[in-house]
Design a protein around this ligand. Structure first.
Ligand SMILES: [Zn+2]
Length: 158
């Protein structure tokens, strides 16, 4: 199901407005760990709420090439347009730019070297990490867990 709020946003996006900031700041979604466990599958919970990483090559979204929008699996906020998706060869869905204002970042020290973690700006759900080996025009690679996203093809938002 696609909520009417997302459809409105997508219509807005297709109409040329690129940021939701036109409509004021994002209303944060806050839920307890228990509530998230009821909404998400165990695999989604591990990634979104515990900063887990799915195995490379495991996501069906790797092969997704249709026009549309990738939304947060936790709260349905649109995070990436199919226009910025590309095949990075890493086995994770990859994008060179997010939808403006819809992701936030922080430094992650889980590995020895710091990495830039990014998450949904509305529900805080972990999505992936940003690397500096992406294509033009940004040179960035948003390496995303497929389980943290849901794809909505363009034709289904008409
Ligand atoms: Zn979210």
């Amino acid at each position: 199901m696609v909520s009417s709020r997302i459809i409105l946003f997508l219509l807005c996006l297709l109409g040329g407005h690129t940021a939701m900031s036109d409509h004021g700041p994002l209303q944060k979604v806050e839920r307890s760990q228990k509530e998230w466990q009821e909404i998400l599958t165990p695999e989604q919970f591990h990634i979104l709420r515990d900063e887990g990483t799915e195995p490379s090559g495991s996501s069906i979204l790797n092969a997704e090439k249709r026009d549309g929008i990738f939304v947060c699996a936790g709260c349905d906020l649109p995070l990436f347009s199919s226009k910025t998706k590309y095949d990075s060869g890493t086995g994770w869905p990859s994008f060179y730019a997010p939808i403006e204002g819809h992701i936030e970042t922080k430094l992650d020290f889980k590995l020895i070297w710091p990495r830039t973690e990014y998450h949904c700006a509305r529900c805080g759900g972990h999505q992936g990490h940003i690397f500096e080996d992406g294509p033009e025009p940004t040179g960035l690679r948003y390496c995303n867990n497929g389980l943290a996203l849901k794809f909505i093809p363009k034709e289904s938002v008409k």
